[in-house]
Design a binder for this molecule. Structure first.
Ligand code: GCW
Length: 655
């Protein structure tokens, strides 16, 4: 038993699921297919873990205890129903994936010590597309990866050992993921050739592993591939030679990988090639690729992370937050039906606090997906604890008001993509506690109505301990962690005070005079980005009227986003009765104290959590304390020096 490696599939880590042996000893499988075979393997593995034996296969349900698998179309794609009775446990799925999801659901909850009477459940996925994006490179590095090397590639090629990938496929399908893009959206030279004959057989092996678990494989492609691979002089999407190259490419890919999902494309973004070079728009670019994939049922997932990364900080008219909407909103209705736009949750870039992207709900005639970042690029890099489900949930629950009250983001999208936090580390996610984010992402996009607390609790009980009291403590730590991280990093939604490029640790002015469009505009009187229509960049006008007014009006603007929308004096009075500057001091002092409390709470669990877990996480909590102190002191000193205003509580601020 290796709990770090097993993550939340640690069947038999304690006695919790002993009661299931009676059922698991006889499997009655009334359906078939490659995904059903994986479901059966999982049940066999669980039984093997518990008893060391192999279950018996029976063809008729028996009354003395058996586990039945069957399909019932009425449950819908990916839906399932688990029913537990004295005689049997039946998992019915709407399709093969549904059966697999139901089996995993049962095993995860049972191993977390949830009692039999709570396990009769019917669920179905909210979105048809539930995707994971790897930012893995062929050389084995992972862009923004904090968990070791790539598990997909090494030395310029796909890996050949499929054990780790099979276990990854198990983890992902166990939370309902049904698509994965295995290479970085920044497609460099070697990866450009993934879609060619020399590498497709290896990619096909990986695709097969994931297909066994109901997960479709996608590839990120280089928009300039016809030039780089075929030596064409152009990648113009309207050029006949270009179109025909992509058609041949698609044809060839599907010969190798019949269940191929499609292409993920980062175009005209951060110096990547795209249709703009040829005076074409994103719809023309995306539709050309979509036409090549269409005969095979493939999709194009086109990213909306498009902005000018060469702005002059002196220019106060350009606002990076406006870019995605400005680029894509005019194209609503112009995309082919197998194109999905992938929109980052916020308009900037995965900060700990941002407004929700105004594109959600603004493109009613386009297929949209929401992109979340599971890997903690700006949110602690799997050193500082930061459970992200509450943040993602806020986004999915955000009312866009496009189409009237109740137009939640979750009703405006067809799915989500999450940038993976996984690598070659034993525990997969660098910090073993960051497993909660991977698990939580899958669960939340399966059912956005779930609470962040419930998801955290399920994960803790399955992955660490079924002991309720201990699980409760860890769960509380997780659920409070986002607020803690936020409180000692940049204040009130302003963002970007991180060390440039690396993005861990504080550097208040690191990006202030850079070309990236990420500024806080602090001066002796105040700080924040004025994005109002009245006096600022006019970004607020990208929202539906209800939200526009809320953000435009400083007294209606949610406090946590004040400096995202407004430039305010340090003496501005918050609803708490504190001035802005006092809020900054308080929140940074408190944040650093709470980071210390996290370590204390973790230490109090020393005897109650598996030793390896304990050690890995403890190390990180120690580093988090260092980090939070540095943030506290740098930010407080910086704003003291700017404003000259003392902390009314007279705490230590370095002058
Ligand atoms: O957040 C930024 C990252 C880049 C990333 C880019 C993107 C993959 O710093 O590393 O590139 O976003 O989302 O395309």
């Amino acid at each position: 038993m290796d709990m770090l490696y097993d993550c939340w599939l640690a069947y038999g880590k304690d006695d919790s699921m002993k009661w299931t042996e009676k059922y698991l000893s006889r499997l009655c499988v009334l359906c078939s297919g490659r995904v059903i075979s994986s479901a059966v393997k999982e049940l066999e593995a669980a039984f093997g873990r518990l008893t060391g034996n192999i279950p018996e296969r029976i063809s008729q349900p028996l009354s003395e205890g058996c586990f039945i698998l069957r399909i019932n179309d009425s449950l819908g794609a990916g839906g399932y129903d688990i029913s537990v009775s004295d005689e049997s446990i039946t998992v019915m799925g709407g399709d093969e994936n549904g059966v697999l999801y139901g089996v995993f659901r049962f095993l995860i909850l049972a191993s977390g010590g949830y009692p039999p009477e709570s396990l009769s459940i019917t669920e179905k996925p909210c979105f048809p597309l539930r995707m994971i994006d790897q930012w893995d490179n062929a050389d084995g590095t992972v862009e923004r990866g904090y968990s070791g090397a790539s598990i997909f590639f090494e030395k310029g090629r796909p890996v050949s050992d499929m054990k780790r990938l099979t276990d990854y496929a198990r983890l992902l399908s166990s939370v309902g993921i049904n698509a994965i893009c295995i290479n970085n959206v920044n497609v460099h030279r070697t990866e450009t050739f993934f879609i060619t004959e020399g590498l497709l057989p290896d990619i096909a092996k990986i695709a097969g592993i994931f297909a066994d678990y109901g997960i479709k494989l996608y590839l990120s492609v280089n928009f300039a591939a016809p030039m780089e691979i075929d030596g064409l002089s152009t990648a113009d999407p309207l050029d006949e030679r270009v179109k025909s190259r992509w058609k041949c490419t698609a044809d060839n890919i599907y010969r190798h990988i019949p269940e191929f999902g499609g292409f993920l494309v980062k175009a005209d973004s951060e110096n990547r090639p795209g249709p703009h070079t040829y005076g074409r728009d994103h719809a023309e670019g995306a539709n050309m690729l979509a036409a090549a994939l269409k005969p095979f049922g493939g999709n194009v997932i086109w990213r909306c992370f498009v902005y000018n990364c060469h702005v002059d900080w002196r220019d106060r008219t350009t606002d990076r937050a406006k870019a995605a909407y400005d680029n894509f909103k005019p194209l609503d209705g112009k995309f082919a039906d197998n194109v999905y736009l992938q929109i980052k949750n916020g308009p900037m870039d995965f900060q700990i606090r941002e407004a929700v992207s105004p594109l959600f709900g603004a493109m009613p005639d386009t297929n949209c997906l929401c992109e979340f970042q599971i890997t903690q690029e700006y949110t602690g890099q799997q050193i500082d604890l930061c459970y992200l489900v509450p943040m993602w949930k806020e986004c999915l629950d955000f009312d866009t008001y496009h189409g009237g009250e109740g137009s939640l983001v979750s009703r405006n999208i067809l799915g989500a993509a999450g940038v993976s936090n996984v690598g070659s580390d034993r525990c997969w996610t660098g910090d073993p506690l960051a497993g909660a984010n991977l698990y939580g992402y899958g669960r939340l996009v399966f059912d956005p109505a779930l609470s962040a607390e419930k998801i955290a609790m399920e994960w803790v009980r399955a992955a660490i301990t079924a002991d309720e009291e201990t699980a409760e403590v860890i769960c509380k730590m997780l659920v409070s962690s986002r607020d803690i991280y936020e409180s000692y990093t940049s204040p009130l939604g302003v963002g970007w005070m991180v060390t440039p490029h690396y993005h861990y640790g504080v550097d208040v002015d690191g990006y202030e005079y850079s070309p990236w469009g990420t500024y806080h505009y602090s001066d002796r009187n105040g700080m924040g980005a004025d994005r109002t229509k009245a006096t600022g960049t006019g970004y607020t006008a990208q929202y539906a009227p209800h939200n526009e007014e809320m953000y435009e009006n400083v007294s209606a603007c949610p406090e946590e986003l004040l400096l995202f929308f407004h430039h305010l004096p340090y003496t501005y009075m918050l609803s708490s009765g504190k001035t802005l500057i006092q809020h900054i001091y308080d929140s940074h002092f408190e944040g650093a104290e709470k980071a210390e409390e996290l370590l204390m709470r973790w230490r109090s669990l020393k005897e109650r959590v598996p030793e390896e877990y304990y050690r890995e996480a403890e190390l990180r909590f120690e580093k988090q304390i260092e980090n939070s102190r540095q943030w506290r002191d740098v930010i407080n000193t910086y704003y003291y020096r700017k404003s000259g205003i003392d902390d009314i509580r007279g705490r230590k601020i370095f002058r």
